[in-house]
Design a binder for this molecule. Structure first.
Ligand SMILES: CC(C)(COP(=O)(O)OP(=O)(O)OC[C@H]1O[C@@H](n2cnc3c(N)ncnc32)[C@H](O)[C@@H]1OP(=O)(O)O)[C@@H](O)C(=O)NCCC(=O)NCCS
Length: 157
């Protein structure tokens, strides 16, 4: 599934949003994600392993092919989905791309049955709020367990 990108005024800007795994440019994704606060230094092999084990991967592409946006979704495609690794290249931020990628993912036909969406963000709440996300209301129900991030080693799977 693919969607032509439009700007804040709904004008097409030639950027394509697409869920094709074949189209993902790992080098572009690694350049963006390796600078992100939650996965600094992540390798292409780690990104590939994460993608292989995700229900949906989404990319945003310039007309010349370069990838300038990425996100992925971990899901059973029935009831639950976790949205993560949402990133837009720093030269293309503030033009609606992040929200458009998220909207594309949460309305994707393969995830149409999912009714519980969650994500974690440090400071990007504004991207998600207008799409219906809100802070956890019933925090006492939720549990989490955090481990120290393992030593970085190459994934050879
Ligand atoms: C967060 C990120 C994906 C947003 O992408 P973007 O294309 O710049 O965002 P958009 O232009 O679609 O912004 C949509 C809305 O979210 C708001 N927003 C964007 N980034 C925000 C941030 N970091 N904090 C709060 N609000 C933010 C915008 O102001 C805009 O609000 P509006 O509807 O009032 O105009 C991008 O800034 C990025 O890659 N940041 C670094 C990685 C990161 O923090 N990812 C999020 C992990 S949860």
């Amino acid at each position: 599934m693919s969607s032509a990108e439009k700007d804040m005024n709904d004008r097409p800007v030639g950027i394509d949003i697409d869920s094709s795994r074949e189209r993902i440019r790992l080098d572009d994704v690694q350049e963006m994600l390796s600078k992100a606060y939650w996965c600094r230094g992540i390798t292409e092999n780690e990104i590939k392993k994460g993608m292989d084990n995700s229900a949906l991967v989404v990319g945003a592409y310039l007309p010349e092919g370069r990838q300038i946006g990425f996100l992925r979704v971990i899901s059973d495609k029935v009831r639950f989905a976790y949205l993560l690794d949402v990133i837009v290249h720093d030269e293309h931020r503030g033009r609606g791309m992040g929200r458009r990628m998220v909207r594309f993912a949460i309305s994707h036909p393969e995830l149409k049955d999912v009714y519980q969406w969650v994500l974690i963000t440090k400071d990007a709440h504004g991207v998600y709020e207008k799409l219906g996300f809100q802070a956890l209301q019933d925090t006492w129900k939720w549990m989490s367990k955090w481990k120290a991030r393992p030593e970085r080693k190459e994934y050879d799977g």
